[in-house]
Structure formats: structure tokens, C-alpha cells
Design a protein around this ligand. Sequence first.
Ligand SMILES: *[C@@H]1O[C@H](CO)[C@@H](O)[C@H](O)[C@H]1NC(C)=O
Ligand SMILES: *[C@@H]1O[C@H](CO)[C@@H](O)[C@H](O)[C@H]1NC(C)=O
Ligand SMILES: *[C@@H]1O[C@H](CO)[C@@H](O)[C@H](O)[C@H]1NC(C)=O
Ligand SMILES: *[C@@H]1O[C@H](CO)[C@@H](O)[C@H](O)[C@H]1NC(C)=O
Ligand SMILES: *[C@@H]1O[C@H](CO)[C@@H](O)[C@H](O)[C@H]1NC(C)=O
Ligand SMILES: *[C@@H]1O[C@H](CO)[C@@H](O)[C@H](O)[C@H]1NC(C)=O
Ligand SMILES: *[C@@H]1O[C@H](CO)[C@@H](O)[C@H](O)[C@H]1NC(C)=O
Ligand SMILES: *[C@@H]1O[C@H](CO)[C@@H](O)[C@H](O)[C@H]1NC(C)=O
Ligand SMILES: *[C@@H]1O[C@H](CO)[C@@H](O)[C@H](O)[C@H]1NC(C)=O
Ligand SMILES: *[C@@H]1O[C@H](CO)[C@@H](O)[C@H](O)[C@H]1NC(C)=O
Ligand SMILES: *[C@@H]1O[C@H](CO)[C@@H](O)[C@H](O)[C@H]1NC(C)=O
Length: 847
Amino acid sequence: MAVFRSLAALLVSVSINHVAAQTAANSTYDVLQYVDQLIGSSNGGNVFPGATLPYGMAKAVADTDSGSNQGGFTTDGSNITGFSSMHDSGTGGSPSLGNFALFPYAECVGDEVDGCVYPKISRKITFDNSSVKASPGYFGVTLDSGVSVDMTTTQHTSLFRFRFPAVDTSGNASSPLILMDLSDLSDSRQDNGTITVDTGTGRITGNARFLPSFGTGTYVAYFCADFSGAPLRDNGIFVNSRASTDVKTLTISRSINGYPLPGGAFNRFQSASDPILARVGVSLISSEQACSSAESEIPSFDFESVQTAAETVWREKISPITVSTTGVEESILTNFYSGIYRTMVNPQNYTGENPLWQSSEPYFDSFYCIWDLFRSQMPFLTVLDPATIAEQIRSLIDTYEHLGWLPDCRMSLNKGYTQGGSNADNVLGDAYLKGITAGIDWEGGYAAVVKDAEVEPYDWCCEGRGGLDSWKALGYIPVQDFDYKGFGTMTRSLSRTLEYSYNDFVIAQIASGLGGKEADEEKYISRSSNWKNLFLATQTSSFANGTATGFEGFFQPRYLNKTFGFQDPLKCSNIDTDPNSVCSLQNTGAETFESSIWEYSFFVPHDQATLITTFGGPAAFVERLNFLHDQDITYIGNEPAFLTVFQYHYAGRPALSALRSHFYIPAFFSPTDAGLPGNDDSGAMGSFLAFSMMGLFPNPGQNVYLIIPPYFESVSITSPLTGKTATIRNVNFDPTYKNVYIQSATLDGKPYTKNWIDHSFFTEGKQLVLTLGAGESSWGTAVRDLPPSLGTYEGFGNSTGNSTGNSTAASKYRRRAARFAEVDLYSEHASTLSKTGGAFWADSEGK
Ligand SMILES: *[C@@H]1O[C@H](CO)[C@@H](O)[C@H](O)[C@H]1NC(C)=O
Ligand SMILES: *[C@@H]1O[C@H](CO)[C@@H](O)[C@H](O)[C@H]1NC(C)=O
Ligand SMILES: *[C@@H]1O[C@H](CO)[C@@H](O)[C@H](O)[C@H]1NC(C)=O
Ligand SMILES: *[C@@H]1O[C@H](CO)[C@@H](O)[C@H](O)[C@H]1NC(C)=O
Ligand SMILES: *[C@@H]1O[C@H](CO)[C@@H](O)[C@H](O)[C@H]1NC(C)=O
Ligand SMILES: *[C@@H]1O[C@H](CO)[C@@H](O)[C@H](O)[C@H]1NC(C)=O
Ligand SMILES: *[C@@H]1O[C@H](CO)[C@@H](O)[C@H](O)[C@H]1NC(C)=O
Ligand SMILES: *[C@@H]1O[C@H](CO)[C@@H](O)[C@H](O)[C@H]1NC(C)=O
Ligand SMILES: *[C@@H]1O[C@H](CO)[C@@H](O)[C@H](O)[C@H]1NC(C)=O
Ligand SMILES: *[C@@H]1O[C@H](CO)[C@@H](O)[C@H](O)[C@H]1NC(C)=O
Ligand SMILES: *[C@@H]1O[C@H](CO)[C@@H](O)[C@H](O)[C@H]1NC(C)=O
């Protein structure tokens, strides 16, 4: 705890003066040239590759019928079904949003409106791969019908430009028809969607109720579409495959026999000689608001000026980070800047578009999910866009004020499913410790995180934590818990215990910083050690073929009566081939969420010192970490893997973190359409790239960045808050990345041996110079150089952590491990409850 008291003292108090970013002129290249939005558009990256502003609500792109079209467009050979204006990026779950697709025809067969094809399922069309063009604020593609479509956006409005062939293949003059489909990507429209087309102006307005893609409830979205560029010929509505110019308004049922009923409106135009522009405003309040946003944001249908304005905003956002391009392959730059770009696509700024409550606070949505975002995406925004992270945090706190709880996942105005801990606690703690203050009510924020820790929601599917009585009485979340106060999927007891432990640690830090909360601080520091209660020193682990891994001592699930249960430490790992393993939110899911006990073994971000001792000292810890990576037990395509790449730092081997980072980048992250190892999860993968390549990786929820050499000769980051520029420079930089070993370092000219640095590096614009060499050195290896940890580092030599085993330490570890197992956790409460607990659990899980 002493260590963390001094950490709190490091808390930087940053003035709220916003100094305009001054770096754009400093860079000798345009950062936007290195943004490739199509990275992650196939192979399950699920990115949104279209046109958007940073955090924009209007996100325009072509939608495909791919099974992996969560982000709208894909480059996996699927066909285009339309062009819609709302999307999420990188998400798993069902496809999100994709509301209100336009679809163009140069003409209808026989010049009859019924000669055009309306249902999404049959109108889908192939396109020319080489015609796809994407750049910040822009997306374009040419359909195999010869119609080319490009698009750009403002905050709430998309502007589509359709170019039609002037004559069709039989030589007839074109009479284009553009339809507006009252649907979304996952055909979730509920009953009574409505749409109206104005006979004279062709304005189409409408709304419908839809389902969020990974949560509860419904949402209503509205739009307002205006057209320009060619005289209107006629218009009307369509239902299923038939259309009429006599009818102008439609209210439509959800489906027939489960078949989602196509419905919408259309405009037909007299000529195709000029491009036809469609301006689509979107709103979550009303069609009127969609219209007024569209009118004010894009008054004159000027495509180029909207696109240029979007590029300018993106350039301003990204250019505070500049690098030396000397000797570095373009693919490295593209990987880096595209990753940075993706950190600002989601969450989305819906300020002024929240129908759920009245507030003067900002409202952000698409925190999808915070379990993914807390690890590096939101910490990255704290560096590059602190004004926005402040607004996002205000929005999280305001959500707590009005709905009672911080979200753990939120999309489309609804509560998303909680994956483990109450991870907004980590987000708040991270920003708090890094001095983010602008407009944030930190006492309100503190009340919100304390509620997570103390009060169990009746339905903890989607907020807060489950099992709090057991958590407080037993010090862990039991497998087959008895919980009559709140209800949720009673799986993941092991990963929830680890995550709740860390959440409580972060809460303690906020308490420490705010002051006057000593009792709270002590309580949460104490609960933050609950992870120890699931450690079973005698637990071994073998591969599926029976061969022992050779490692002993793992976390295990534990019953209410404190007897340990059993889960194979490799279950739900990347090498688990058991078809019966169920690893997500299913009722029959494992005691770890989306990962193995092997990987969760390392998730004690606040007390690596004690964890290292628990695992037998630094050498044994390093061996175990190597095994995790080298045997493919971990999967870098899912977020729990991120920190494990850099945890060598805590064992006094920062060089191995650098090596491991290069092991994954670019082998698992390449700047190609299929280049992401998993769902981007908003911009989580992007932020992993950005931080890793910058040479600093956060331990999120702490004021700590772990240092490795940047992938460039130098990196400069200008703080948008202070206007000061921090620089990391590699002396002896080797663009082949063989010399990734730091031999020595200076900070602002003075020798620096710590293998980590705090956030003042960015806000105070410090200069870190790293001298690299061909072999591992003693830099950053001494105990005094290691990052802060709640417990004490033991078993290290006095000048290096590079010890190769230490029998004194190992025996001490065994004693300590045994002690964990012996802690008397038994209580009256537990013994009473356990008798009925098993039966309750069996019923609720349908076993
Ligand atoms: C930016 O400009 C400053 C001042 O001229 C200079 O010291 C610095 O090296 C420049 N950074 C880059 C990345 O060129
Ligand atoms: C376009 O690219 C995708 C992915 O590489 C491929 O599956 C598809 O066949 C290509 N289509 C054409 C027409 O070449
Ligand atoms: C795309 O549409 C074409 C033409 O209808 C069809 O031949 C092809 O199989 C479709 N591609 C996919 C991936 O469904
Ligand atoms: C072209 O126009 C002729 C005469 O109006 C019509 O009969 C024919 O169906 C049209 N072709 C198509 C493909 O619409
Ligand atoms: C749809 O509208 C009809 C007629 O107004 C009404 O009876 C029905 O309850 C509505 N359905 C829903 C889900 O609102
Ligand atoms: C969010 O949107 C509101 C309203 O449009 C705007 O005032 C605010 O500046 C936006 N915030 C960010 C970070 O873009
Ligand atoms: C068992 O599997 C592990 C991991 O794949 C492998 O290293 C080991 O050689 C295998 N043992 C045998 C006896 O096949
Ligand atoms: C504790 O509970 C588990 C699960 O109900 C049971 O299998 C085990 O035998 C119990 N242990 C003791 C010591 O009663
Ligand atoms: C650290 O350990 C590694 C592997 O055992 C060894 O190669 C390296 O030389 C050691 N470095 C120092 C400074 O002792
Ligand atoms: C071994 O570990 C003990 C206990 O942590 C420590 O006092 C001792 O200095 C270590 N010995 C070596 C050779 O690193
Ligand atoms: C390390 O140990 C040596 C010999 O025991 C001692 O002289 C030296 O001062 C110690 N260094 C530190 C940093 O504690």
C-alpha cells in the first residue's frame, strides 16, 4: 500500500487550458496517407471501414450480406445489399445498427417500378474489388450494375453520391430509382416501422424500432433523406417485392411467418446525366431532428467540402503523434496510424440524441464493451484525446446518475451484457490517476464505483456485479453460488473473482486520491487481495494428450463450503479443442470468460510482485509467461492477452516484453484486409498496436506505462491539454528490429533506469532517450526499477531480476501458497447458504 500512496502523490494536476494542437505543421508527411480503413474488413476483424467523423454518429458504408458484416462492409467476397448510415465498429455479437439502407438502380426493367428488385435478399449485387476506395471521411465502390456510389459524413448526416450510366445495355436512357429500406443489418425491425415520401420534394422520413446487438431492450431510430442532382420523376412506397407510385406512406409489420418483411419508399428521377446526391440525417429523437441536423450540417449538398472538412478533423485528431519515418517500411506506418484511427471510430458521440433522460452532460454510446475498451483503447484516448475521454467519462457517470449503474457494455441506447467485472471502475480510475478533470464530477464518479462494489443489482446481466454477499463474506465468487438478491448468468466465478479484485484495487486508488476516505481505501485494498483465495498451490496442468505442462499452482473454482472444484487450466484456452467447452455467456459456460485459467493466472495487474512470488519467483514467472505465449495458450486476438505481452517487465525482464511485442507485430497484426487476429472490438486491437509501437504500454487503471523501444527512431506526442511535446528517441535504432534491447536510458537528460514511466511524461512533454543494443542488458532489471506493485518484490537478486531460480525464494513461495489455501474463509453465512445453494444453481441453470 505504501507504494501506492506515493503513486497517488504523483497524480498530475493538469490545467484545463486547451492548447490547440500545434504539431500538424511539424510533421513532414500527411498522417492520413497512412490510414487504411480496410484493415480488418475480412477474417472477422468486423471493422467499420466507411466514412465517419471521429466518434461520429453518421457512419456511411456499403453493407454486405457476409456472415461477418458486423461493421457493414466486408472484403470477403460477399455481395452488397445497400448503403446505410449507422454502424458500430469491430464488434462481436449480432451485426449492430446498419439502419436505413439506400439502394440504387439506373432504371427499372420495362421502365416499371415493379421492374426494380426491392427485398434485400434478392437485390444484393456483386462489385468490383478494385473499385473500393476508403480514406478518412470517405468510402466509395462501383457496383457491377455500373452504378458507382461514394459517400462522406458530418456528425449526424451522410452524403451519398450516386453516378449512373446514362444509358442501359439496351440503349435506353436511364431513369434512376433510389430506394430507402426500413431495415437494419440484422433484420431486427419491430412492428409498426413507418416511412413517408413527399410527393413534391422527394424527402423521405421515417422511423422504426430495432434491437440492440448485444444487450436488452429496443431503440427507435429516425431518418430524414433529401435528394438533389436530377429532377424528380415520381415516387412511392414498396412492400416486399411490389411498389406503387400511388401510395406515399407505409406503416409496416415486423415479419410474416418469421420472414422479415421488406418495406420502404423510393424516388425515381428523370435523368442520370449528373450525379444524384442523397443526404441522410439520422437521429434517435425524431425525424424533425434528423432533418434539422441534415439541413444545418450539409446545407448545400457540396460533397467535396464535406469530405475536406472530415479530413481536416481527422488530421487534427491524429497528427499530434508524429514519428521519424527514416528506414521504416510503409507497412509499419500504416499499421500504426490505422490503429490510431480506429481508436476514434467508436464509442460514438450521441450528445443531444439521447431520448432516455434530460441532461446537460455529454452522452456517448457504443461502449462495446468496456471489458474490451478499458485495457488500452480508453487509456490511449487519455493520451491522444483527453478532452474526449473526459466527455466519455462524464457520460458514464451521467448514465449512472440516471439509470443507477455504470455500464459495462452499452450500445444503441441499451444496456449490453456484462462480461466479467464492473470494468467502468477501471476506466474511471485510469483517467482519474492521470489527472483528467475537465468537467468531471469525481465525487459522483466515486459514488458510482462504490455502488458497483457494494450494491448488487437485481439483474446483474447488464450492470454491477453478482454474488456480492459471497464476495464480502467469503472473499471470492463461489462456483454454484447461493444468491437470492440478484440474478445473472452464474458462470465465470473464477474470472469474475480476479476482475472484481482488480476493480476494488482501482476503487481504492480513487479513494486515496480524493482523500478523506481512508476506511474505504483500506477496505478495497483488502478486497483487492481476494484473488489469492482461489489459488491452489497443488494444482497441475496437462495437455489434452496427457503430457504434463510441468507447472504447478493455478487458480481454481471454489465452492461455498470453501472446497475447491476443478476446471482444467487449459479449458477455453486457444489450444482447447474440446468441442464441449463453452466459454462465453452461455448458461453452461466455464468458470472463466473467453479464456483459460492459464491466461487469467496473470490477471493480477495490481500485485505482480506477490503473483511472481506465488509462481516461484521471477525466473519461474518468466518461464510460465513464455510457456503461455510459446505454446499458443493465449490468443492475441482477444483482449485478456494484451497485458501478458508486457508483464515480463514486472519480473525484471523488460527486454522480453520488447521481443514478445515483435513476436506478435506484424505477424498477427498486418496492414491487410485480413490483418487483424480477431474482432477489433471498437478500436481495442488498434490501440494495442498504437501503444505497442509507440513503445509504451499501459497497465490500465494505474498511472503506469511499461517501456519498450518504439518501432520508429523517434515518436513525438503533443499533449492536446498542455501543448507540450513528449518524445521517445531510440539511439542505434534498427529498423530490422534485431536491436530491441535497451542498454541505457535518459529522461530529460538524466540517467533513467526504471522500466516504466507515468503520465506526466505526456503532459509535461518529457524526453526519453533509449540507447539500444544487440543483447539483453541490466537496464530496468533491478527491483528499484520495477513498476509499482501492492506486495513486495521478493526473490530478485539485488541488482537484476534476471535471476535463474532461487531456492530460498521457491521454498518461501511454497509456504506462502500453502498459506493462501489455509486462510479460514468459512463463515456461518456460507455454511447455511451452501446447503440450498447447489439446488438453486442447478434449477436456475437448467441442469
Ligand atoms: C518537431 O519540431 C521540433 C521543433 O522544431 C523538433 O525539435 C522535433 O524534432 C520535431 N519533431 C519531428 C517528429 O520532426
Ligand atoms: C474480391 O475479393 C474477395 C476477397 O479477396 C474475393 O473473395 C472475391 O472473389 C473477389 N471478387 C472478385 C470479383 O474478384
Ligand atoms: C453474390 O452474388 C452473385 C450473383 O448473384 C452470386 O453468384 C454469388 O454467389 C454471391 N456471392 C456470395 C458470397 O453470396
Ligand atoms: C427499353 O425501352 C424499350 C422501349 O421503351 C422497352 O420496351 C424495353 O423494355 C426497355 N428495356 C429495358 C431493359 O428496360
Ligand atoms: C402497431 O400499431 C397497431 C395499430 O395502431 C397497434 O394496435 C399495435 O399495438 C402496434 N404495435 C406495437 C408493437 O406498437
Ligand atoms: C459531442 O457532441 C456535442 C454535440 O454535438 C459537441 O458539443 C461535443 O463537442 C462533441 N464531443 C466530441 C468529443 O466530439
Ligand atoms: C502433447 O501435446 C503437447 C502440446 O501440443 C506436445 O508438446 C507434446 O509433445 C505432446 N506429447 C505427446 C506424448 O505427444
Ligand atoms: C463442498 O461442496 C461441494 C459442492 O457441493 C461438494 O462436492 C463437496 O463435497 C463439499 N465439501 C465438503 C467438505 O463438504
Ligand atoms: C539474463 O538471462 C538471460 C537468459 O537466461 C541471459 O541470456 C542474459 O545474458 C542475462 N542477462 C544478464 C544481464 O544477466
Ligand atoms: C534469493 O531470494 C531470497 C529471498 O527473496 C533473497 O534474500 C536472496 O538474496 C536471493 N538470492 C539470490 C542469489 O538471488
Ligand atoms: C547489492 O549487493 C551488493 C553485495 O551484497 C552490495 O554491495 C550492493 O550495495 C547491493 N546493491 C543494492 C542496489 O542494493
